[in-house]
Write a protein that binds this ligand. Structure first.
Ligand SMILES: Nc1ncnc2c1ncn2[C@@H]1O[C@H](COP(=O)(O)OP(=O)(O)O)[C@@H](O)[C@H]1O
Ligand SMILES: [Mg+2]
Length: 368
């Protein structure tokens, strides 16, 4: 029987566990034991935190899997990269994993590739040269995700506090301060195989905006003029090359500025989180994105087979009681539009500070 190692066991990774089982794999799942659903669905569950790469690698040498995968987390992606590389399985290079998970290394790679990039600095405290940047700026930890400790700063007086917050959340205790890119935000969902990139979908992304930019929802598909689509593909494919992405899923966030330029926010060498990779791409294209991720992780080409009729698909995140009530209303009036409702954590009411503390979400679909 073919064996697959999956890093992470939460709700999102669980969809990958189920898909791998459906494809006939014996699933070996690693995660910190916290009652996540994947602990039950996995054929074999190992209570080892996803950051304990050496311990995971040691176990994997015994398991001898055909592939190592995860879907939508930067931390899991780092472990997948190291373990798969050590086992000689198909994966992105260690360099690719580093530059696609560290926001400073990523900006440097984009500059080297000649891609337009906002001015940026890496700092661990307030520095005098930062006054040379044009306001507003964005301050973020270099190596975190999920909108943790991100601040838009419009007044230099607030910069020091924003840097402190970002540094304190950073694993390497560094912050990146970069000039703010105006415009509407989107993401670019791709599958790569041996360095060839196929864009599957473009997602419209909605956030709370300043100061913390927590995602409120995502919608697929998006409509663009032919000219704009050409620019998007040109910039994003050049960026995928700059990050040396060769295999598996990637999720590239970008903005279209008011004067029509495509500017990159960041690219992850993994699926988009927030149900984008696990649900929206497949719902809006009919393609089986998770199967593609598993196929490429085994060294096989992705299969571009439409299994379902493409639909308009959206995810909405719940922040307030009003959001929950609106969802309940839709559920009553248009039950056919509800594809899935997550567990809802009302205990987080009034305490949403980043994407991990939102109350829950629901996915809707409509005919195109
Ligand atoms: N330079 C920037 N200009 C404008 N908005 C930005 C910039 N950097 C980040 N943002 C906003 O903050 C959000 C989170 O930043 P991002 O770099 O994607 O970090 P994370 O890893 O937490 O997702 C982005 O989706 C975007 O809305
Ligand atoms: Mg992001």
């Amino acid at each position: 029987m073919k064996k697959i190692v999956i890093i992470g066991a939460n709700d999102f990774q669980n969809r990958l566990i189920l898909k791998a089982k459906e494809m006939g794999f014996e699933t070996h799942v690693f995660a910190w034991k916290d009652g996540s659903v994947g602990e039950q669905t996995a054929d074999y569950f190992y209570p080892i935190s996803i950051v304990e790469t050496d311990q995971i690698l040691e176990k994997c040498r015994e398991i001898q899997p055909d592939a190592v995968v995860s879907i939508a987390s930067d931390l899991a992606n780092i472990t997948v990269g190291k373990v798969a590389d050590e086992l000689g399985l198909p994966c992105n290079s260690p360099e690719c994993v580093h530059i696609s998970t560290n926001k400073y290394a990523m900006r440097e790679a984009f500059i080297k590739a000649g891609l337009a990039t906002p001015r940026f600095y890496r700092v661990d405290r307030m520095e005098v040269y930062l006054f040379g940047l044009k306001l507003p700026v964005i301050v973020k930890p270099t190596d975190r995700s999920g909108s943790r400790a991100i601040t838009k700063v419009t007044d230099f007086e607030d910069l020091e506090a924003a840097i402190k917050k970002a540094v304190s959340q950073s694993f390497e205790k560094q912050a990146i301060v970069e000039e703010y890119i105006e415009g509407e935000e989107y993401s670019y969902e791709t599958i790569s195989y041996k360095g060839n990139h196929t864009n599957l979908a473009i997602t419209k992304k909605y956030t709370t905006g300043a100061p913390n930019f927590i995602e409120t929802g995502h919608v697929e598909p998006c409509e663009f003029s032919e000219d704009m689509l050409y620019k998007i593909h040109y910039v994003m494919k050049k960026a995928l090359k700059a990050l040396k992405i060769t295999d598996g899923a990637s999720h590239g966030e970008f903005k279209i500025t008011p004067d029509g330029k495509v500017r990159i926010i960041e690219i992850g060498s993994r699926m988009g989180g927030d149900c984008i990779g696990s649900d929206l791409v497949s719902l809006s294209t009919g393609y089986d994105y998770m199967e593609m991720v598993i196929d490429t992780a085994c060294g096989n080409p992705p299969r571009f087979v439409q299994k379902t009729v493409p639909k308009k698909a959206a995810v909405r995140f719940l922040f307030t009681m009003e959001d929950v009530e609106e969802m309940r209303r839709l559920e009553k009036e248009h039950p056919e539009k509800i594809y899935r409702i997550s567990d809802i954590h009302l205990s987080n009411l009034g305490k949403v500070s980043d994407s991990s503390t939102r109350l829950g979400y629901y996915i809707t679909t409509e005919d195109l």
